[in-house]
Structures are given as structure tokens and as C-alpha cells.
Design a protein around this ligand. Structure first.
Ligand code: GDP
Ligand code: IMO
Ligand code: MG
Length: 433
């Protein structure tokens, strides 16, 4: 049987999953996206070139790796075609290796319009990417969605589209006073997309399970992060899919007993884009400093990311929710110039101390983080490639994170490039040393 790894973001997304997937792809034959859509932006830096993947698995930058977009992903065909064309233009082989699930749901212009209007009009906006992700998943769950395979059945597609557009136009007009869409125009446009994508489309569940039974190594590439998960995240400030490890089962068709390993990616600090609670968020001075040093601007929307201290309560929770076996710490280098570095170890709320997140409404908005302070290492780590060459204070910081979250640290990353990554050395008890 094959070897399978699910890789998830263990914070609020943008942890550096793209970089890590690119490294792990070396030893894999299949890379599979299982949820989300082109709201994701996964950055891979190869030499002087930077690639941002949105829908296509980050494994595409390696030769001869089968890259699958699973049925749990929501696909905007226009965005997918643009990504395919971009990669082909850069000389990457796409036709032989890209596989798209026939059962993935399709994003239509009315999804994007509704996403946009809800963001503008609604009180308590979420700060979505406005890519139509939420409305498309809503249609899937409401059982009115249109799937990739439907594009190849003209009659069925037209009738589903007519029903959807009649409903959406009524909402757009009556609730938002906005213009509606023409079913004919969208039908013609999407028939062309179907024609373009036809050769990539397959029964991905079958493909993945055959690969597994044939002994292949498969990487499942999570998008977003644990606290953006619609069930486990900081609801309602979340995305609309299961970005946690279980999402690989429902979104790619791999059974739980066929998952060998779960890896979590965390930044050495914390970031989040969009609205929602963030207990360890920096004040303005540190925010500016770390945002600049870490280049914390969204890979998809270019929005400035909010930054804060490492929150071990959140990440410990993430380890439990996902069943994370090992963690990869990225962006340690971004902390190089700080004299002291804080880690949040608990929350205070209503006179009580919490080391988990209770279901008290507004808890994360109103709790007070409890910090411990660590001395910084005040030296450049970006050129270090062996763990034991890291400054002692950097190793102590990593060790303390390991202790607080109760899991192995597998790799530490100190820069954007493939080479700026080191294997974390473990002591006899498995602790980072
Ligand atoms: P993803 O969505 O989890 O794949 O992460 P993003 O690509 O959105 O954001 C991570 C950003 O950090 C990208 O610009 C990466 O090139 C960059 N990055 C990844 N690892 C490191 C690191 O160890 N140090 C630094 N300085 N940058 C990193
Ligand atoms: P990757 O895979 C960070 C955030 C949005 C918003 C919320 C809902 O690159 O880590 P949506 O458009 O999904 O309905 O927006 O989720 N968000 C992300 N934040 N990284 C991402 O993806 C994200 N994808 C969505 O900013 O707060
Ligand atoms: Mg990203």
C-alpha cells in the first residue's frame, strides 16, 4: 500500500504550506488539493522565480508528479484556465499530469457577485477574498450546485443553470438592487470552459485510491488553516470548507485508515488576513516591523496581513483537532532582530485561566493572553542549514514551542528558498535540542 501524508496549516493560513509541499513533493508521486478554491495562495520560490499557486497543487513545479484537484475543491474554471496557461507559459508540463475531479463544484459569476455584495452590505463583514467561495459551497450544501461533469451534459447543465440564475437574479434584484445575470451568456461561456478542461477531468476518487493500492506516495495539500475551518475555526470569521485534516477524507476520497501521517505548518509567530478575533495581535509598532520583515501581504489579494506573537494555545488545539504527528516551523528568520520574543501560553477570562478555547461567546475577542518572554538571538539565521548551528536562544525558543504544543518538530524554515530549510534535531526524549 501507498504512503500518505496530509499537510495542513495549523494557524490562520499562509503558514508557508506551498514552500513545504514543494520540498515534500520530491519524495511523492501524487499531490492532491482537497478543499478551498482560488482563495488560496501558495508561494513557491525556485531560484529567482516566485510562483503563486491558487488551485493547482504546488507539486506541479516538479516534473512527472500527478497533481489532482479533488472533488472537495470549488473551481472557478476561468481562474483554473488562467493558471494552466501561466504555468505552460513558464515551460511547465501540465497536460500529462493535471487531473480535475468530475465532481468538484463550479464557481459562477453570481457566486462572486453575492460574495462581494454580502461583504459590502452586511454588518460584521468577514473580509473574504470575494472569489465566490462561500456562496458556491452554500449551493453545494443546498443541493443546487453545478459540478464539473454537468458541463458535459448540455441539457442538464442548461436546466440547472436556468434554475440557479432565476433564484440568484431574484436575490440580486430584490435584496441588493443589483443587476442580474443572463443564463444564455453564462451558458455559452461555461460550455467553452468545459471544452478546454475536458481532457483533465477524471474520477479522482478512483485515481487516488488506485494510486494508493499501487503503492504510490501521496501528499494531500491543505489550503487555508485550522482556524479558518468552517467547523473548528473562529466562526463566523472562517472560510466555508473543512481545512483540517479530516477534509482530505471528505474532499479527496481517501478513507481515514489510509492516512499515515498528518503534518502541520506553523509560522514562528502568527498572522491572519481578514476580520475576526486574534488574541496575540501586535500593537502598531511591532505590527509594522514584522509585516515588513516577513513580507506579510496576501499572496491572493495583496492585503496586509495582521501579525502577532506565537499562540501555543491555538496551535496545541490544532495539533489535537488534526491529529498532527509533526510540525514544520517557518519564518524563524523574521524574528532574528527582536530583543525579546513572547509566546502565549494561556488565556485569562473572567478571573479564570484557560489553556484551551471554551465555547463562551466572544471568548477570543475578550480574553487576555498570558505571555512568557524569551530572549531573542539577535543574529541572522537565514543562511543556516543545520539545526545545531542555530543560535542557542533560537533552539530554546523552538524547544519551548515543542514542549507547549506536545508534538515533534520536523523541519525549521529560515527563508523562502528550498535550501533555507533544516531538519530539526531531536534529543533522546524526542525533544528539539
Ligand atoms: P501558504 O498559503 O501557507 O502557502 O503561504 P503563503 O505563500 O501565502 O505565505 C507564506 C510566505 O512566506 C510566502 O511569501 C513565502 O515565500 C514566505 N516564506 C515561507 N517560508 C519562509 C521562511 O522560512 N522565511 C521567510 N522569510 N519567508 C518564508
Ligand atoms: P492559504 O491557502 C489566509 C480568509 C479570508 C477571510 C476568510 C474567508 O493561502 O493559506 P473566503 O474568501 O475563503 O470566503 O474568506 O478566510 N482566507 C485565507 N486567509 N490564507 C488563505 O489561504 C485564505 N483563504 C481564505 O481572508 O478572512
Ligand atoms: Mg497563502
Amino acid at each position: 500500500m501507498g504512503q500518505t501524508t496530509v499537510l495542513v496549516g495549523a494557524q490562520w493560513g499562509d503558514e508557508g504550506k506551498g514552500k513545504v509541499i514543494d520540498i515534500l513533493t520530491e519524495d511523492a508521486q501524487y499531490v492532491v488539493r482537497y478543499q478551498g478554491g482560488h482563495n488560496a495562495g501558495h508561494t513557491v520560490v525556485i531560484g529567482d522565480e516566485k510562483y503563486v499557486l491558487h488551485l493547482i497543487p504546488s507539486g506541479i513545479l516538479h516534473k512527472e508528479k500527478i497533481c489532482v484537484i479533488g472533488h472537495g475543491v470549488v473551481i472557478d474554471p476561468k481562474a483554473l484556465i488562467e493558471e494552466i496557461e501561466f504555468l505552460k507559459g513558464k515551460g511547465f508540463e501540465v497536460d500529462e499530469v493535471l487531473k480535475v475531479s468530475d465532481k468538484a463544484h463550479v464557481i459562477f459569476p453570481y457566486h462572486c457577485k453575492l460574495d462581494e455584495l454580502r461583504e459590502v452590505k452586511k454588518k460584521g463583514r468577514i473580509g473574504t477574498t470575494k472569489k465566490g467561495i462561500g456562496p458556491c459551497y452554500a449551493d453545494k450544501v443546498a443541493r443546487v450546485g453545478i459540478r464539473i461533469a454537468d458541463l458535459f451534459d448540455k441539457k442538464y447543465f442548461r436546466s440547472r443553470l436556468n434554475d440557479n440564475i432565476a433564484e440568484k437574479n431574484a436575490i440580486l434584484k430584490n435584496l441588493y438592487g443589483a443587476d442580474g445575470f443572463s443564463a444564455g451568456v453564462i451558458f455559452d461561456e461555461y460550455m467553452k470552459y468545459g471544452e478546454y478542461l475536458k481532457n483533465y477531468v477524471c474520477d479522482s476518487v478512483n485515481l487516488i485510491n488506485e494510486a494508493y493500492c499501487g503503492g504510490k506516495t501521496i501528499l494531500f495539500e491543505g489550503a487555508q488553516g485550522t482556524f479558518l475551518d468552517v467547523d473548528y475555526g473562529t466562526y463566523p470569521f472562517v472560510t466555508s470548507s473543512n481545512s483540517t485534516a479530516g477534509g482530505a477524507c471528505t474532499g479527496a476520497g481517501i478513507g481515514p485508515s489510509r492516512i499515515d501521517r498528518v503534518l502541520g505548518v506553523v509560522k514562528a509567530y502568527t498572522t491572519r488576513v481578514g476580520e475576526g478575533p486574534f488574541p496575540t495581535e501586535f500593537g502598531p509598532t511591532l505590527m509594522e516591523r514584522i509585516r515588513e520583515k516577513g513580507g506579510e501581504f496576501g499572496a491572493t489579494t495583496g492585503r496586509a496581513r495582521r501579525c502577532g506573537w506565537f499562540d501555543s494555545v491555538l496551535v496545541k488545539n490544532s495539533v489535537d483537532i488534526n491529529g498532527i504527528d509533526s510540525v514544520i516551523i517557518t519564518k524563524l528568520d523574521v524574528l532574528d532582530e527582536l530583543e525579546t520574543i513572547s509566546i502565549c501560553t494561556a488565556y485569562k477570562h473572567g478571573g479564570k485561566t484557560y489553556r484551551s478555547i471554551p465555547g463562551i461567546p466572544g471568548f477570543l475577542e475578550s480574553c487576555e493572553p498570558v505571555y512568557e518572554e524569551h530572549p531573542g538571538w539577535l543574529s541572522d539565521t537565514s543562511g543556516i542549514t543545520f539545526y545545531d548551528r542555530l543560535p542557542v536562544n533560537a533552539r530554546k525558543y523552538i524547544s519551548r514551542i515543542k514542549e507547549l504544543i506536545g508534538t515533534d518538530i520536523m523541519l525549521v524554515s529560515v527563508g523562502k528558498s528550498r535550501g533555507q530549510t533544516m531538519v530539526c534535531k531531536q534529543d533522546k526524549q524526542g525533544g528539539a535540542v
